[in-house]
Design a protein around this ligand. Structure first.
Ligand code: AMP
Length: 198
């Protein structure tokens, strides 16, 4: 019997679109890693790791952590085949076109399988963020992160559409319903048997 291979996924979407929640559920479903660069930075800042503390200065202002730091963290994780081979779901990375190009280089030939854009209107994410209780969810921080999403991250929708990897799903509604939509979109595009022989 061949080894278990899950899909290689990226989730795109505004803050509050539900990327973290959906990424966790996908990781459980496919028995693979959920990698959130934001969570990695929060954990390493809490542990007093210098790169994490440096990242936190940007995060607290709602700014993006410089590509060099983020890419180094992801490259280090993915240097271990055990992190990549079972499949993975990336949440919050890439966030810039440069990061997407770097990710291609890190992954090599097989690359990504599916990029899911979780689409939620601005008013809905603002309501959801108001109910969240995270240190960087200040009014200014939220406004700045939405601005940066539009200018830096949204261009990735076209980037991945051109590469025929993109699927957009409606992220409004119950968590279970969104999960079913995301799974259906992945199942329609990812063939585990083909991934196994790759
Ligand atoms: P998140 O947990 O995805 O909402 O990320 C929280 C914060 O971490 C962001 O507002 C950024 O400051 C930083 N961050 C996380 N991922 C990235 C990334 N790929 N590029 C730049 N900054 C990031």
């Amino acid at each position: 019997m061949s080894a278990h291979r899950g899909p290689r996924l990226v989730l795109l979407g505004k803050q509050g679109a539900g990327k973290g929640t959906q990424a966790e559920r996908l990781a459980a479903h496919f028995r693979m890693q959920h990698l959130s660069t934001g969570q990695l930075f929060r954990d390493s800042a809490a542990a007093g790791v210098p790169a994490g503390l440096e990242a936190k200065e940007y995060m607290d202002r709602g700014e993006l952590v410089p590509d060099k730091i983020v890419v180094a963290v992801v490259a280090e994780r993915f240097a271990n085949p055990a992190e990549v081979d079972p499949g993975f779901v990336l949440d919050g990375f890439p966030r810039t076109e440069n990061q997407a190009i770097e990710l291609d280089g890190i992954l090599g030939e097989r690359g990504l399988d599916v990029v899911v854009d979780i689409d939620v209107p601005r008013e809905v994410v603002l309501d959801r963020l108001a109910a969240r209780n995270r240190e960087d969810d200040t009014e200014d921080g939220i406004r700045r992160r939405l601005e940066l999403y539009e200018s830096e991250t949204k261009p990735l929708v076209d980037f991945y559409r051109e590469r025929r990897l993109l699927v957009t799903i409606d992220g409004v509604g119950e968590e279970d319903d969104v999960h079913r939509r995301v799974l259906a979109a992945i199942d329609a595009r990812f063939d585990p048997l083909r991934a196994d022989s790759a």
